[in-house]
Design a protein around this ligand. Structure first.
Ligand code: URA
Length: 280
C-alpha cells in the first residue's frame, strides 16, 4: 500500500527521500538557504558523522574514503563535502544516521493499570506519571489497553507521532500474550490464516507459540494494524481468552530489559530506522 503522507512540517522542508538523489553539494558549490548549518554551505560530512557519534572525524574520513557513506542515495567518496544535517539523508553501511535531535523520543514500559493518556479525569495513573521529570509536552504514539503492559513511544515531534500511528505506514508491532488453555495446532492455524472479527478481517504477519503448560500458553503475535482490543479479540475468537498481554516490539524497537514503569531514549539506530519507515 502506498502511504499518503500528511502535510510536511510547517516551515520545514521534507528531508531527502531514501535512495533518491537529493541536494548533495560539492565542497566548492555555493548553496543558498541552508538553515542551521555550520556556515553558508553546510557542515562537513565527517563533522556531521562525528557529531552523531558514528566515529571520530579521522575515522569518519576513512569511512568516506572506503565508500561506506551515502548522502541522499549517492555514495560520497570525496572529503569535505558539505551537507545539511537537518535535511540530507545520511547513511553509513546503509544504516540511517538520524539528524541532530531537536525533539525527544522516549520509549516507556507501561505497567498494567496505567491508562494510555497524559491526564485522567478519574485520577488513575497515566503515562505522564512515568515521565514526570520531562518538561516537554509529549504525545503518546497510539494506545495500549489499561490492562496491557509494554512498549509505548512518547515524543514531542508531532509529525513523527502522527505518521508512526498512521496505519498506512504499516509499522509491525509484536505482542506477547499469555492465554487460557493449551493452544493446539488447529487454533494456531486459524490465527495464522487470519480471522474475521466484528469490524472486519485481521491477518497477522506472524504467530508463534512460545510455550505451553499448566493450562496456559504463551503466544507471540505480530500485526501491522492497531484496532481496539485486536489481540484480545483474536484470541477470544479461537477460544483462548487473554490473561496477560504485553507489547514487546514496535518496528525496530524492542522492550528488552526495560523495567516496568521505566523509560529510555530511542537509540540512533532505532530512530534512524523509524524515520525511514515513516518516510521522514
Ligand atoms: N491489542 C489488544 O487487545 N490490546 C492492546 O492493548 C493492544 C493490542
Amino acid at each position: 500500500m502506498t502511504p499518503t503522507p500528511p502535510d510536511p512540517r510547517p516551515g520545514r522542508p521534507p528531508r531527502g527521500q531514501k535512495g533518491r538523489p537529493g541536494p548533495v553539494r560539492d565542497a566548492d558549490q555555493t548553496v543558498p538557504d541552508v538553515p542551521d548549518a555550520d556556515g553558508p554551505e553546510g557542515v562537513r560530512l565527517q563533522k556531521v558523522l562525528a557529531a552523531a557519534g558514528v566515529a571520530s572525524r579521522r575515522a569518519s574520513e576513512e569511512l568516506i574514503d572506503r565508500g561506506r557513506v551515502e548522502v541522499n542515495g549517492r555514495v560520497v567518496r570525496e572529503q569535505g563535502l558539505r551537507v545539511d544535517p537537518e535535511r540530507d539523508v545520511i547513511r553509513v553501511d546503509g544504516a540511517r544516521i538520524p539528524p541532530p535531535r531537536r525533539h525527544v523520543y522516549l520509549v516507556v514500559n507501561k505497567p498494567r493499570g496505567v491508562v494510555s493518556t497524559l491526564s485522567d479525569p478519574e485520577g488513575r495513573p497515566t503515562l505522564a506519571d512515568l515521565v514526570e521529570r520531562r518538561r516537554e509536552r509529549l504525545f503518546h504514539v497510539g494506545r495500549l489497553d489499561t490492562d496491557t503492559e509494554g512498549l509505548i513511544i512518547l515524543t514531542n515531534d508531532g509529525e513523527f507521532a502522527h505518521r508512526l500511528a498512521h496505519p498506512s505506514y504499516e509499522i509491525p508491532k509484536t505482542y506477547l500474550a499469555e492465554v487460557d488453555g493449551v493452544v493446539d495446532p488447529g487454533a494456531l492455524k486459524r490465527l495464522r490464516g487470519g480471522l474475521v472479527l466484528d469490524d472486519g478481517p485481521v491477518h497477522p504477519d506472524k504467530v508463534t507459540l512460545t510455550s505451553t503448560g499448566a493450562g496456559k500458553s504463551l503466544v507471540e503475535v505480530t500485526l501491522h494494524e492497531g484496532r481496539n482490543h485486536i489481540v484480545r479479540r483474536m484470541f477470544d475468537a479461537v477460544g483462548h481468552p487473554v490473561r496477560r498481554l504485553s507489547r514487546i516490539r514496535i518496528g525496530p524497537v524492542r522492550l528488552g530489559q526495560l523495567a516496568q514503569g521505566a523509560s529510555r531514549e530511542l537509540t540512533s539506530k532505532e530512530l534512524g530506522e523509524l524515520l525511514d519507515a515513516v518516510q521522514l
